[in-house]
Design a protein around this ligand. Structure first.
Ligand code: GCU
Length: 648
């Protein structure tokens, strides 16, 4: 199919112009209540046609229609030569139907044979912005905040609208607007000072079916309410939250709720005053309940002042220890927001043991689209592969995590990656991760391959010559893993910025992230002979992790402490595996560059160049990891590389 590559701009992400100059002119009609979806449909069709005149064929029609028999936010599309009908359960469903229709066309599909229906797996599909009101974005690699500058709201409304469209086009329907590390300034988002501004922002997102969330400070009763305490059991605190909620909802009646990071990384919380996490979450939840608001209460609670000599405390156990005993003690409108793994967004972790074990509390899985530990949008890293692994992981002998979605898991959330960079996500190929996250939150059964193909088709046009790019993106997680910390052990990054290697960077620090490598062995024993993290899992799952023989090899050093001469399933020793994977990882990146160069004729030149630049940086990073990690272990062990390669 001929697409108009000249109209490509990185800014347009997966909603490129000029993809279908061959389409006829469509008349779009529908009832007044569907006005917004109607306009998006018209604009979308115009976008697909591009500046080219529609090919002279006869007009066709699109009819929009609300069909209340469909599941909430769902849609059904019935194609036809004359008329395509898009039915939506509600205004959101209709909009999603329109975007699904446009996506089919954008990837070269035909409109007359189209027959599609879909509904989201969860009703809350959420992007969390870690934006500070200064304009800096915590763990952001895509420029500055889209919302703030110099401690005030400051944005281009047109750009925010474009952002809302991108998010809606992949099914996102909630967005938190400020960093979970709330500051004295952002705490005021729930006060009269800033609520009029929040309200204006909400109005831009609203037509796209996106409701806002505010990250709040648990200590606000003290800092803003001038109370002596933030004790959730104190009646004055209860009153404070009730009044705060009334005020907030007067300004933003459809606010989705509050997001709370409490008792975490030096932030105040209920534990610091002898109350439980449930006490803390519930007092706020009761205040939001009359307005239909939700409290997203993060489970990222651990001891961040550990001494490395303490071998009893084990950070990955913390979330379970803090929250599992409270299962069933939370108000109905509390959702526990749990990071996908028990550590912290590392390259390869098991799932958090909380998933599947809390049967009486609503949960959200939290991912990171922003690539904090996964290459910072410089290194190519297809996150969908990792997310799919999360949903596929067993929670018991006969149940996988995906089966919890829509049941215990009622929200799917991620820290977003968008900033004010021209291409939104810093690295151009990182757009694929934002796309994939929205689609997966809608339907976690979509495969990483399908999502990658969709994104490539929409972004660069359906073109078989680009098939190697699909393979490259799908391989990228494994490649990154090869040159990073081995076999699930994690960390080994430069402290602070978390990019680049530093094997002992966190080894003697207070954060509880130790690999404990010495001259004979490496790893923390988390089996029943060690810290017994494995006991937090369902017994069947725990037994799989507990044994070196059955533990998935990618997680071997997450759960086991092993000597360097331990034989892996490949027959290689652990140390040789470390050497080999690190040499291979860097070579694989050279391979990425070669592949990318062969794709040049099929790519817009600007896209080719910008990714080429990042791949060059990635290669330098991969080589540095290779050299630093291999040298470290060579010096620790004195064991030579069997292949006699140069280790610096
Ligand atoms: C990580 C990250 C922090 C962030 C924290 C969180 O530790 O490095 O920047 O604040 O996660 O999830 O709250």
């Amino acid at each position: 199919m001929k697409t108009n590559r000249d109209e490509y701009t990185a800014y347009n992400m997966w909603l490129q112009r000029g993809r279908r100059p061959d389409l006829p002119h469509f008349d779009v009609e529908g009832p007044d209540t569907c006005y917004f979806a109607l306009r998006e449909c018209l604009e979308g069709l115009e976008r697909l046609n591009g500046t080219c005149k529609p090919a002279g064929s006869a007009n066709a029609g699109v009819k929009l229609n609300i069909d209340k028999t469909l599941p909430p936010e769902g849609y059904r599309i019935d194609g036809g030569t004359q008329v395509v009908t898009i039915n939506g359960a509600d205004t959101n469903g209709l909009l999603y139907g329109v975007f699904a229709f446009l996506s089919e066309l954008g990837r070269g599909g035909s409109y007359n044979q189209l027959s599609l229906s879909s509904a989201p797996a969860v009703s809350r599909r959420v992007i969390n912005h870690w934006d500070n009101m200064t304009g800096a974005v915590e763990r952001g690699y895509s420029g500055k905040s889209l919302f703030y500058r110099d401690n005030a709201f400051s944005y281009n409304p047109e750009r925010i609208k474009d952002y809302a469209r991108f998010l809606a086009s992949v099914g996102i329907n909630q967005l938190s607007i400020n960093n979970v590390n709330v500051t004295a300034v952002s705490a005021r988002l729930i006060t009269e000072d800033l609520l009029p501004e929040v309200s204006k922002l909400a109005a831009i997102f609203r037509p796209y079916g996106i409701r806002l969330i505010i990250s709040i400070d648990f200590e606000s009763p003290k800092s803003l309410g001038r109370l002596e305490t933030a004790d959730p059991l104190d009646p004055s605190v209860e009153r404070y939250w009730r009044e705060a909620a009334e005020l907030v909802y007067r300004h933003v009646p459809d606010l989705a709720g509050f997001l709370v990071k409490a008792d975490s990384e030096f932030r105040g919380g209920p534990a610091s005053i002898g109350r439980t996490q449930a006490d803390g979450a519930n007092v706020i939840a009761r205040a939001l309940a009359p307005f239909g608001g939700t409290v997203y209460w993060r489970c990222f609670v651990y001891n961040c002042t550990q001494d490395w000599r303490d071998t009893v405390t084990d950070r990955p156990k913390a979330a379970f220890e803090n929250f599992y005993p409270l299962d069933g003690k939370f108000e109905d409108n509390v959702i526990l927001q749990i990071k996908n793994g028990p550590s912290d967004f590392q390259v390869h972790e098991p799932n958090s043991p909380l998933f599947g074990r809390m049967n009486h509390t609503a949960q959200a899985s939290e991912f990171q689209v922003t690539q904090e530990y996964t290459g910072q949008q410089i290194d190519l890293y297809g996150l969908a592969v990792q997310w799919q692994e999360f949903f596929d992981a067993p929670v018991s002998k006969d149940r996988i995590t995906r089966e919890l979605v829509g049941k215990e898991i009622t929200a799917i959330t991620a820290v977003g990656s968008a900033g004010d960079d021209e291409n939104w996500t810093g690295g151009l190929l990182a757009q694929a991760n934002l796309y994939a996250f929205g689609r997966l939150a809608w339907d976690p059964s979509l495969s990483a391959r399908q999502l990658t193909e969709e994104w490539i088709g929409l972004t660069f046009g359906p073109d078989e010559a680009l098939n190697p790019l699909t393979e490259m993106i799908l391989a990228s997680r494994g490649v990154y893993e090869k040159y990073n910390a081995p076999l699930g052990i994690g960390w080994m990054v430069n402290p602070g910025n978390h990019y680049g290697p530093s094997v002992d960077g966190y080894e003697y620090m207070k954060w509880g992230t130790y690999h404990r490598a010495d001259t004979v062995a490496i790893g923390v024993d988390r089996t029943d002979k060690g810290t017994n993290l494995t006991a937090q899992y369902d017994p069947w799952v725990g037994a799989v992790y507990n044994s070196k023989e059955t533990c998935p090899e990618g997680l071997l050093l997450f759960f086991h402490r092993l000597p360097y001469d331990y034989r892996l399933r490949s027959g290689k020793t652990l140390i040789q595996h470390i050497y080999d994977t690190h040499f291979e990882g860097a070579e694989d990146v050279e391979g990425f560059i070669e592949t990318w160069d062969t794709l040049r004729p099929s790519l817009p030149e600007a896209a080719y160049q910008s990714v080429r630049n990042r791949l060059t940086l990635q290669l330098a990073n991969a080589r540095e990891w290779r050299d630093v990690v291999n040298t470290y272990f060579y010096r620790k062990t004195g064991i030579k590389d069997e292949k006699g390669r140069l280790i610096h």
